[in-house]
Write a protein that binds this ligand. Structure first.
Ligand code: DAH
Length: 340
C-alpha cells in the first residue's frame, strides 16, 4: 500500500512537472483526485486495510494528496503567468506606428442650412411643426385654392397613390392642417420633403425639401411679412443683405410675391452667382388668401396672415456656393467632407 501511494505520488508529481497547459493539468487532477481518480480509489479501499494500519495509511494518503494539490496549484499559477506574458508580448503596442483614424460623421450641408434657418425663426417665436409626406389631395391642393382643373396642378404633376392621395408636392398643405385645428394665433415653420415628377438636372430633383412658414393673427399685414423676411435674409445670408418683393401669383395667397435678395457674393454689383443681375430669388410668399382662411374655418374679417415657402436646397446651394443640386444627393464623401 505504501509503495503504491509513493508510486502514485511520484508519477503524478512528475506528470505535473512535464505539463505545460491548463487542460493537461486539469486532466491529471481529475484522474488522480476526481471521483474516480486513483487516489480516491485508494481511500475507498481503506475498508480492506487492517484497522490498526488505517491511521498510518490515512496519513500517507493525505500527505500524497496535499503534495499533489500544492504542486498542481503552483504549476497552474506558473502556466497562467506564462499565458499572460505571452499575451502581453503579442498585444504590446508600438507607439511609433501611425494611428488608425476613426471616421466620425457630420451634418449634411442641407441639414446645417436647415438648422441655421430654423434657429432664425425660432428666435422670432416660431414653432417647428411637421406634416405628412403622403398627403390628401384635399390638403395639397383643394384647401389651398387649387381646385380640380386648376393649371397650377399641372405644373406640380406628381406621384399619385390614388385619386385622393399623393406624395405632397409642397409643404403648403401643412398650412391648411394647422389652420384647420382652430388654435389661434398661429406662428409655425414646417420643413420637410416634397415630391414632383421632375427630371434630375443641376437645379431639379423628383424629391427635394421646402420650409413653409405661416403666421395668422389679428392685424397681420404685408409689412410684417416684409420685415420677417428681411430679418431672415440678414441673419441667414449676412447683415448687408437687402430684400425685394416682386409681384407674383400663387393660388393660396393674395397678394403674392417672390422675394429676391441682394447677391451675398458681389453685394449687388453682378457676378457669376447672381448671373449678373445683382439679385437672387429665394422664396415665394404672400398674404393668406381670405378664401383659404375661410375654408380652414378662420374668419377673414377678424384674422389675417402671411405665408412663405423656401426651397431648402436652393438656399443651401446659394449659401455654400454649390453649383449642382445633384451633389447634395449623391453622398460622395469627397464632396460632403468639405462641410465638416
Ligand atoms: N408652395 C409654393 C411652391 O411650392 C411655395 C410658396 C409660395 C409657399 C407662396 C407659400 C407661399 O407659403 O405663400 O411653389
Amino acid at each position: 500500500m505504501k509503495e503504491m501511494l509513493q508510486r502514485i505520488k511520484d508519477e503524478t508529481l512528475s506528470k505535473i512537472s512535464d505539463s505545460d497547459n491548463l487542460d493537461k493539468l486539469n486532466e491529471i487532477k481529475v484522474s488522480i483526485l476526481g471521483k474516480k481518480g486513483e487516489l480516491t480509489q485508494v481511500l475507498k479501499g481503506m475498508k480492506d486495510v487492517a484497522p490498526e494500519d488505517r491511521p498510518k495509511v490515512g496519513q500517507l494518503v493525505n500527505e500524497a494528496r496535499a503534495a499533489i494539490e500544492e504542486k498542481l496549484e503552483l504549476k497552474i499559477k506558473e502556466v497562467n503567468r506564462k499565458i499572460l506574458s505571452e499575451k502581453m508580448k503579442r498585444e504590446s503596442i508600438d507607439v511609433t506606428l501611425p494611428g488608425v483614424r476613426k471616421m466620425t460623421g457630420h451634418r449634411h450641408p442641407n441639414q446645417t442650412a436647415l438648422e441655421d434657418l430654423e434657429r432664425v425663426f425660432i428666435g422670432m417665436g416660431y414653432e417647428i411643426v411637421e406634416g405628412p409626406e403622403i398627403e390628401y389631395d384635399k390638403y395639397n391642393f383643394e384647401l389651398l385654392n387649387i381646385p380640380a382643373n386648376h393649371p397650377a396642378k399641372d405644373e406640380q404633376d406628381t406621384f399619385y397613390i390614388n385619386k385622393e392621395i399623393l406624395l405632397r408636392t409642397q409643404t403648403s398643405p401643412v398650412q391648411a392642417r394647422i389652420m384647420e385645428q382652430g388654435k389661434l394665433p398661429i406662428k409655425i415653420l414646417s420643413p420637410g420633403r416634397v415630391f414632383r415628377s421632375d427630371e434630375v438636372d443641376a437645379t431639379h430633383s423628383p424629391s427635394f425639401h421646402q420650409v413653409e412658414g405661416l403666421v395668422v393673427d389679428k392685424g397681420i399685414t404685408m409689412a410684417d411679412l416684409k420685415g420677417t423676411l428681411d430679418q431672415f435674409a440678414k441673419s441667414f445670408f449676412g447683415e448687408n443683405t437687402k430684400t425685394k418683393l416682386r409681384p407674383h401669383h400663387f393660388p393660396f395667397t393674395e397678394p403674392s410675391a417672390e422675394v429676391d435678395i441682394t447677391c451675398f457674393k458681389c453685394g449687388g454689383k453682378g457676378c457669376r452667382v447672381c448671373k449678373g443681375s445683382g439679385w437672387i430669388e429665394i422664396l415665394g410668399c404672400g398674404m393668406v388668401h381670405p378664401h383659404v382662411l375661410e375654408m380652414c374655418g378662420i374668419d377673414p374679417n377678424e384674422y389675417s396672415g402671411f405665408a412663405f415657402g423656401i426651397g431648402l436646397e436652393r438656399v443651401t446651394l446659394l449659401k455654400y456656393e454649390i453649383d449642382d443640386m445633384r451633389l447634395l444627393y449623391e453622398n460622395d464623401k469627397r464632396f460632403l467632407d468639405q462641410f465638416q
